[in-house]
Design a binder for this molecule. Structure first.
Ligand code: SAH
Ligand code: SF4
Length: 386
């Protein structure tokens, strides 16, 4: 059997919970809520620190576990503030260990995140920054789903919390955690939601909380040029560029955003990226599309384009999805492409497709939310008929 489907019967849901959910919020917001609640001003800072640590270091889901807060106070806080998680509607595990989560943040707002364990001790959680996407890159499944909305910082953080729950990785301080890296490579364009992405990183990277180092965060963009520099300055995250073509004509065809921000401007923004150095390279993602962008000529164009930029190239075999127009390049073609790029001095690993069997690989995200919606609609219709 390729896929294991696990029910979420044991996972708390909050659909009917009218309390304010503190999980996923930053220190400032928690402090504000405590102030509004009436906590003495001079104690707000201390209480915030305690609660923040319980939530993000210990992953507590119950006020009773916050043992350094007096019982009486906990009893007052509990009816107002919830520690519950969003509902995981579906959790699938691929034969290769990749886990895909479909999480319902609120009615109609469903996001996918994917945990990809590495062969080494690390593992990356691929998070979504939007539901759907406004950009319509031709090879991407998410690009066929209209934008539902931007996710909030809280909803981005909740994706990390849900994965840590599922992997049993509390407290943060335990050794051998597998979720070590975060990549913004799920649904949506993070640089069309920079404020919330930046705020979410302040929480995710807080050393007293989830404690993921900023160099272990990668933000991937299709090339929203004006946001690249400010995002780097604000977050100190690593940058990945979805390049996929090294000349404007071809890139325009497969990535319409290139019309607005052509390669010259994009590459300049890369050169200016804050903190760029040989130990902090930009990753250029390049999806291998058969007969489209995979010839030796294209590889040489790529090398020319990258000249002078501390870069590595991730070659991504195209992941097919229902209705897609492209095919993945042949293996030999990918290898010769990688060779050319490699000989020019750029690391150019070929990314092993992960979680293809559960449509969790790059560019395949979308279908589950839509399928779910369709099945829900059918169920509703049935109910109405009976
Ligand atoms: N919107 C951002 C973040 C999404 S990252 C961006 O485009 O960078 C998802 C990565 O998977 C991007 O590099 C994207 O170009 C790539 N991708 C999209 N569809 C794909 C597919 N069908 N096969 C392989 N990679 C794909
Ligand atoms: Fe959106 Fe990125 Fe997919 Fe393009 S590749 S449609 S920007 S998610």
């Amino acid at each position: 059997m390729a896929t294991t489907l696990i029910s979420n019967a044991d996972i708390a849901t909050t659909e009917s919970d009218a309390r304010i959910r503190l999980v996923g919020l930053g220190r400032k917001e928690i402090a504000q809520h405590l102030t509004d609640f009436g906590i003495e001003p001079k104690k707000v800072r201390m209480r915030t620190k305690q609660i923040f640590h319980w939530i993000y270091n210990y992953g507590v889901t119950d006020w009773a576990q916050m043992t350094n807060i007096a019982k009486g106070l906990r009893a007052k806080l509990e009816p107002h503030f919830s520690l519950a998680r969003p509902e995981i509607i579906e959790r699938q595990i691929s034969v290769d260990g990749t886990r895909k989560y479909l999480i319902r943040m609120s009615p109609g707002v469903e996001v996918e995140s994917v945990f990809i364990p590495d062969v080494s001790k690390t593992g990356a959680l691929c998070v979504s920054s939007q539901v759907g996407c406004t950009l319509t890159c031709k090879f991407c499944h998410t690009g066929t789903q209209k934008l539902v909305r931007n996710l909030t910082a809280q909803e981005i953080v909740l994706q990390v919390i849900a994965a840590r729950d599922d992997l049993g990785e509390w407290p943060t301080t335990q050794e051998k955690r597998k979720l070590t890296n975060i990549v913004f490579m799920g649904m949506g364009e993070p640089l069309y939601n920079t404020q919330q992405v930046g705020d979410s990183l302040d929480i995710i990277c807080d050393p007293e909380g989830l404690g993921i180092g900023r160099r272990r965060i990668t933000v991937s963009t299709s090339g929203v040029v004006p946001e690249i520099g400010p995002m780097g300055a604000r977050t100190s995250a690593m940058l990945a560029i979805s390049l996929h073509a090294a000349n404007d004509e071809l890139r325009e065809q497969i990535m319409p955003i290139n019309r607005k921000y052509p390669l010259k401007e994009l590459m300049q923004a890369c050169r200016d990226y804050p903190g760029l150095s040989n130990s902090r390279r930009i990753t250029f993602e390049y999806v291998m599309l058969k007969g489209v962008n995979d010839s030796p000529k294209h590889a040489k164009q790529l090398i020319n384009l990258l000249k002078g930029i501390p870069a590595k190239v991730n070659l991504i075999p195209f992941n097919p999805w229902p209705g897609s127009d492209y095919e993945c390049s042949d293996w030999e073609t990918i290898e010769s492409f990688a060779d050319i790029v490699n000989r020019a001095g750029y690391a150019s690993p070929i990314r092993t497709p992960r979680g293809r069997d559960i449509l969790a690989a790059c560019g395949q995200l979308k279908s589950e939310s839509e399928k779910r919606r369709a099945s829900e609609i059918r169920a509703e219709q049935k109910q109405q008929q009976s």
